[in-house]
Design a binder for this molecule. Structure first.
Ligand code: ZN
Length: 209
């Protein structure tokens, strides 16, 4: 006969967590199921692999630490805010390609209006009102370096509906727009316009709106 365990209160007691993990207590299982559809396709695929092939064939299927690390940074870069209620959701490129729609807000149910985004190096970063780029994004030799802000989303001082990306790095950017090439020195900004390409020095980014 299986021994009955204590009721799970959700408190962070290590022995309770171990018991819950082993016995799949309803409270934690329901929590995981409720959150599951909120996450982007790439992360759900990684979890699925980890707990299917990764368990059956650890040698070939296990998700490596470096993959988890890269996925967590991508998840961070995917955060968007609902324009109606400000709740956080995640941009899902795979779902966008399949449906043509952005995420549905888990809190108020509207389709989230996506902010501009930038594909830079191996990352796609959502340029929210408080968005920023770090050395991690702008230099492949400095992966996972979030020690300083290299660029921040900013609002035009005279035209509040115009958003830009401000150069907070020590290097000059070269911006290629529609038939124009301009330089953006440290402290200056470039407008977030569709198709604008920014040479950051070691990588290039392209704005999508
Ligand atoms: Zn909402």
């Amino acid at each position: 006969m299986r021994r009955r365990g204590p009721a799970c209160s959700g408190r962070r007691a290590s022995w309770r967590l171990r018991w819950c993990a082993a016995r799949l207590c309803p409270a934690r299982r329901d929590n995981a199921l409720a959150f599951w559809p909120l996450y982007p396709t790439f992360l759900r695929a990684l979890f699925t692999r980890a707990f299917t092939k990764g368990i059956r064939d650890p040698l070939h299927g296990r998700v490596r630490e470096s993959e988890w690390r890269a996925a967590m940074v991508s998840l961070r870069d995917s955060i968007v805010y609902c324009h109606a209620c400000a709740a956080e959701s995640f941009y899902d490129a795979d779902a966008m390609r399949a449906t043509g729609h952005g995420p549905t807000c888990w809190s108020c149910g509207v389709e989230v209006q996506l902010p501009a985004r930038i594909r830079v190096g191996r990352s796609v970063v959502m340029l929210n009102h408080d968005g920023a780029l770090y050395p991690h994004h702008l230099d492949d030799a400095r992966r996972y370096d979030f020690s300083r802000v290299a660029a921040t989303v900013t609002r035009h001082p005279a035209q509040p509906h115009v958003w830009g990306l401000k150069n907070l790095s020590d290097e000059k950017w070269v911006v290629v727009g529609t038939g124009t090439i301009t330089e953006v020195p440290p402290g200056r900004s470039v407008a977030l316009a569709m198709g604008t390409r920014i040479h950051f020095g070691r990588v290039e980014g392209e704005i999508r709106v």
